[in-house]
Write a protein that binds this ligand. Structure first.
Ligand SMILES: NC(=O)c1ccc[n+]([C@@H]2O[C@H](COP(=O)([O-])OP(=O)(O)OC[C@H]3O[C@@H](n4cnc5c(N)ncnc54)[C@H](OP(=O)(O)O)[C@@H]3O)[C@@H](O)[C@H]2O)c1
Length: 338
């Protein structure tokens, strides 16, 4: 039984300079919202943190409006409808979507877009494999990377939310998949649990030398989540007609000042290769199709998922900061329900 009388929220307090600090957010107690006509009240169980949030709070990206100072921090969450004046979202419906960093949220389903989760999908997987990062892996790997049987595919940030799904999807297409991740625990997980064919620990190994060693015929697909030196090392090892999928560049998100470009970009010319960026929201019209395919792969056990879960609403800023230190394996979530 819900006994809360207020709604905890995190508001953006300051735009970070360099690394995000906990003081960039303010914890507030807002009045408990009540659903009006056509609206429903969601009790949030999990909130997701994502590296892209850095760009939104710095106001450094142009594909989406920045989060304004004093505004509830933007973020994806999953929860359950606990009061409803909307027949499409009755009490008990499990939903996921744009809920913001708050413990309760009122919406008509469109003003703050949320969708009902398919039967049998857990709330946490609604943010993980069926959330923005799983969808990013799906469209980036299958629509841009297009791995084929026998292709060699390299994925960076491979033990994170997007990379772990992207690598598994390539493997399911019959490709040979090598992951790059920080530390022996993550590398062991990629090979022993997710079935990757090899892993490179970029914190303790020479990435360029190991890519050349593990991929002697070159890379047919490189799925880039990190940019920087690892992107450069991948560019030096492309096969003819390779596809480089630019998904993210976390190694540069905390850098200030001019960011150096990849020195090896001209190998794209020699190898007749292609490098293409994408933003997952461009595929929004096809999220239903992707969710169905991903939930079937989960249900059949062909796709595995993992979450790192921090406990308590107050843990949100630290969980976000932890992404830049590699604290997570799989999807980083925060369990916010008392
Ligand atoms: N294009 C799009 O539409 C789209 C959508 C969603 C996400 N993305 C991008 O996809 C990438 C992954 O996002 P995610 O939400 O799935 O996060 P995540 O991979 O679950 O977490 C971030 C991971 O990045 C790694 N990392 C941190 N600093 C690094 C550095 N300096 N060099 C190399 N690796 C570093 C850490 O793992 P290690 O321990 O291995 O270092 C950390 O676990 C991000 O770049 C994000 O911006 C793009």
């Amino acid at each position: 039984m819900n006994t809360d009388t207020t709604n905890q929220q995190f508001l953006l307090a300051a735009r970070p300079q360099g690394e995000i600090k906990p003081s960039d957010f303010t914890l507030m107690d807002a009045p408990m919202p009540e659903p009006g006509p056509g609206e429903f009240l969601v009790e949030v169980h999990y909130l997701a943190v994502e590296p892209a949030m850095k760009g939104w709070i710095e106001a450094r990206v142009d594909y989406i409006a920045p989060v304004e100072i004093g505004e509830v921090m933007r973020g994806q969450g999953a929860g359950v409808v606990i009061a409803s004046n909307n027949a499409q979202f009755p009490v008990g419906t499990a939903v996921t979507g744009h809920v913001g960093w708050q413990r309760y949220m009122v919406t008509d389903g469109k003003s703050m877009p949320v969708r009902a989760l398919p039967q049998g999908v857990s709330l946490s997987n609604g943010l993980n494999v069926l959330g923005i990062t799983g969808l990013t892996a799906y469209f980036g790997m299958l629509e841009i990377g297009k791995p084929g049987k026998g292709d060699t595919v390299l994925v960076s940030g491979a033990a994170g939310a997007t990379g772990s799904v992207a690598g598994q999807l390539a493997r399911l297409q019959g490709a040979r998949v090598i992951g790059i991740a920080g530390g022996p625990e993550k590398c062991a997980w990629l090979v022993s649990e997710l079935g990757f064919d090899g892993a490179i620990d970029y914190k303790h190994e020479d990435s360029a030398a190991r890519i050349a060693q593990l991929c002697p015929d070159g890379l047919d697909v490189y799925f880039d989540n990190v940019g920087g030196d690892i992107l450069d090392a991948a560019l030096a090892n492309l096969a003819d007609r390779a596809r480089v999928v630019l998904c993210g560049g976390i190694s540069r998100y905390n850098q200030t000042g001019p960011i150096p470009g990849p020195a090896n970009y001209f190998n794209l010319v020699y190898r007749r290769a292609r490098m293409e960026g994408f933003i997952v929201i461009d595929y929004a019209a096809r999220f239903g199709e992707a969710s169905q395919a991903l939930s079937q792969l989960l249900a059949s056990g062909q796709l595995r998922s993992k979450e790192t879960i921090a406990e308590g609403f107050e843990a949100l800023p630290h969980a976000l900061i932890g992404l830049f230190r590699g604290s997570n394996i799989g999807k980083q979530l925060v369990a916010v329900r008392h």
